[in-house]
Design a binder for this molecule. Structure first.
Ligand code: GLA
Length: 745
């Protein structure tokens, strides 16, 4: 709901009510001033919250505002301009280009209200991924502002979800300058929230990592100055996820404030949290201004990626469940959004590059016997690829390896009752490949500068239409030769020497963003042309696990680290924003190939069951006992599918302390059906000790209902399970797990 009001000065104000959250701002002397973001409040006009400090010599004020308390350096803004009195990080900065006049080359940018309108639903602004909503699910406020000096136009989009405590924000910059000259966009953050009355002990929660250990949760106190998480790698990256939340020191999974900011973007991003001397805290998210400049000709617009603000006053758990629901039902799309995902076996950790059609068929045969539903042929099936240093771009079948050819292989696998999936890394190109020989200019590069290698390969210039056409055609050809029902879309290195030979000098800093737009365009074409194909994203594991990629691929390979114990941190951190249905999780071999840790088949299955489930090991080497275990896991997967994928997730025990980074002794999480009719809790002992004692308090149950533990038949009331908890004390070994299924009586 969007409530409009007039302030005492007669200027417009807006109270956005999303689910049980409020977001209030108003126009004050032409500026958009933020007042409140948090749990729902009943008053619309809360301008009294504005801090009126009579400024001294260090805080300037605008020439046309008489009140001397009005300082751009102190007030909370919806979109802080640049160089006109607010010395904190600015959200927008533009510079007029080419013609010689007083404004050309200067970066001062001011944002003043002009008009607004409210529309039903959520307008689709461009090709970039964004949350979608029907007209009865959301309303959108569009506020038009201008820089009074140059008349550059800014359109602020606020979509307010009715049922969920979510506000989506985007900014559009239009070149409607008086002088009709081109302009350069230098900074264009998608959203800014200035928290005027932040709790004294606020913290920033974010998800950091690297290859093989993505999205670890970290909480750090805010400081006077800036904290930022960002990427300059051309991908959202393993290192920081495009997400952060403002929490208070006492925010837990169940209680306290948590305001998340999640950027729907796969490229260079920045999330900055800046606290000034008055405790005013500015949280901004958007395209990273480093190495970014976008030329706008007169009449053109620049559309920023979307920011999704998730607001909770019931701790991190509720914030996560809000994101889960929104992303599962209003960001993921297509046929596979709601369909039960097939259990797959992927041959990567079974064979790496060393396979033949016969070997693949053997694995597939065992998979079929165990009830697995899809076989995925990973890297190494094309060109002459027997190692990571060749053939990227040469997407034709290696018939030395697949002697029977692709159509025949797929046919035989289909005949076993399995679907067939295939791996591609479309954006990559190898030195020495046929593709690079034919099209040396298709490589992302700067003429005259040596090209860095990453995993022995270069990157294709995705800003080029001819490159995208080639990739579409070659993938479409492969898909049409056989009954291929799944693609794993990988991306194994980050951008360097990011240059495109088709861009003029004044547009060369557009290359990172154009790369991402090119990627989206190709993904869009492919998913539109092949709507039945299930796309799984991947980037050396979870190096591009971001909301934007989920718009095309409803599941993403969570991490190359498949060790069940390592996966506890990875999956728990990922669950901060992303639902189980999006996290691809496989049972792999023991000892694990990445860590050499030994864990039981059961624990590996119990942990992998927390996402889009599958196997990634040589099934032909398994004992009969393990094969029997697969059959049980397959049955459990089907049994619990709805509960895990559509239920509400609760993190019960985090494997690692999120403040001091110390590893805990166990981890636990659970899913509760939306109608609270059943629940599934998983408990894993990381490191045992002598005579340990374990209690597990559950969450999210109906306190008055009686639940039956399916395994023991024992009955408990929901309030007993949540307050007194289960007694799980027994002699667990390291890495042992327990799963408890409770059914409401
Ligand atoms: C990446 C992926 C793996 C596998 C290999 C193949 O590392 O994350 O799952 O597909 O590439 O080269």
């Amino acid at each position: 709901m969007i409530k409009e009001f007039l302030t005492e000065r007669g200027e417009p104000g807006f109270h956005l009510v999303a689910g049980d959250a409020s977001y209030v701002f108003s126009v004050v002397h032409g500026f958009l001033i933020h007042h409140y973001c948090g749990p729902k409040v009943s008053d619309d006009d809360v301008e009294y919250l504005m801090v009126q400090v009579h400024h001294d010599s260090t805080v300037p004020h605008p020439a046309d505002v008489a009140e001397d308390w009005f300082s751009c350096d102190i007030l909370p803004f919806e979109c802080p301009g640049n160089g006109t009195g607010d010395y904190r990080p600015s959200a927008v900065s533009v510079s007029l280009a080419e013609a010689e006049n007083a404004f050309s080359g200067t970066t001062a940018t001011e944002v003043r209200y002009v008009s607004h309108e409210i529309v039903k639903g959520k307008p689709k602004l461009d090709l970039q991924p964004a949350v979608y909503a029907d007209d009865d699910e959301a309303d959108t406020l569009i506020v038009t502002c201008k820089d009074p000096a140059t008349e550059v136009t800014f359109l602020f989009y606020y979509t307010v979800m009715k049922e969920l405590s979510v506000i989506c924000r985007r900014l559009v910059i239009k070149n409607q300058t008086k002088t009709k000259q081109p302009l350069d966009v230098l900074r264009a953050y998608s959203a800014c929230i200035d928290f005027a009355n932040i709790e004294p002990q606020a913290e920033l929660l974010h998800l950091w990592g690297t290859w093989g250990r993505e999205r670890y949760i970290e909480r750090t106190p805010l400081m006077h100055g800036s904290l930022s998480v960002s990427s300059t790698r051309g991908a959202s990256s393993h290192h920081h996820n495009p997400f952060a939340a403002i929490v208070t020191k006492d925010t837990t999974e169940e209680s306290g404030m948590a305001i998340g900011i999640s950027l729907v973007y796969s490229g260079n991003f920045d999330i900055t949290c800046d606290m000034d001397p008055f405790g005013m805290t500015r949280l901004m998210a958007g395209i990273n201004p480093i190495d970014f400049k976008w030329r706008l000709e007169y009449g053109e617009s620049f559309v920023t990626p979307e920011v999704v603000i998730g607001i909770s006053n019931e701790g991190l758990g509720k914030m996560s469940r809000t994101y889960h629901k929104l992303y599962r039902t209003h960001l993921c799309r297509g046929e596979w959004r709601d369909k039960e995902r097939p259990i797959l076996v992927n041959n990567w950790e079974a064979t790496y590059f060393d396979f033949t059609d016969e070997k693949l068929l053997e694995i597939a045969k065992t998979a079929a016997e165990c009830g697995i539903e899809m076989f995925v042929m990973d890297d190494g099936w094309f060109g002459t690829r027997n190692s990571s240093d060749c053939s990227m771009g040469d997407w034709w079948v290696n018939e030395d390896k697949l002697k029977c050819g692709l159509p025949k292989l797929v046919e035989q696998i289909n005949d076993m009752g399995l679907k067939f999936g295939i791996w591609f890394e479309p954006e990559a190109i190898s030195p020495g490949s046929q593709l690079i020989t034919e099209h040396p200019d298709w490589v992302m590069q700067i003429d005259g500068r040596a090209k860095s290698l990453g995993r022995n390969q270069y990157i294709l210039d995705m800003t080029r239409e001819d490159v995208r056409d080639y990739l579409f055609d070659v993938m479409a050809d492969t898909l049409s030769t056989a009954n291929i029902e799944y693609i794993k879309w990988d991306f194994n290195r980050n951008l360097t020497e990011a240059g495109s030979s088709i861009l003029p000098a004044c547009r060369r800093q557009e290359v990172f963003h154009r790369y991402v737009l090119g990627l989206y365009e190709l993904l869009d074409r492919l998913t539109t042309a092949f709507p039945h194909v299930l796309l799984e994203g991947c980037s050396s594991g979870g190096g591009r696990f971001d909301p934007a990629m989920l718009y095309y691929s409803p599941q993403f390979w969570t991490s190359d680290d498949t060790d069940a114990i390592e996966r506890l941190d990875i999956q728990m951190g990922t669950s901060m924003v992303y639902p189980a249905s999006t996290m691809s999780c496989h049972v792999s071999a023991s000892p694990n190939h990445q860590t050499e840790r030994v864990t039981s088949f059961k624990t590996r299955g119990d942990v992998a069951m927390g996402g889009a489930f599958g196997y990634e090991l040589d099934l032909t080497l398994l004992s009969d006992e393990d094969k029997a275990m697969i059959k049980k896991q397959v049955a459990d997967y089907h049994k619990y599918y709805r509960l895990v994928n559509h239920g509400d997730m609760y993190r019960l025990i985090l494997p690692t302390d999120t403040v001091n980074g110390k590893c805990g002794k166990c981890a636990a999480w659970m899913y509760v059906a939306e109608d609270k009719s059943e629940a599934l809790a998983t408990f894993v002992v990381i490191r045992t000790s002598i005579h340990p004692v374990y209690f597990l308090k559950l969450r999210g149950l109906d306190p008055n209902a009686v639940y039956v533990d399916e395994a023991t038949g024992k009955e408990y009331h929901g309030d007993t399970l949540m307050n007194a908890g289960l007694n799980l004390t027994k002699e667990y070994k390291d890495g042992e797990s327990a799963v408890i299924h409770l059914i409401r009586k």
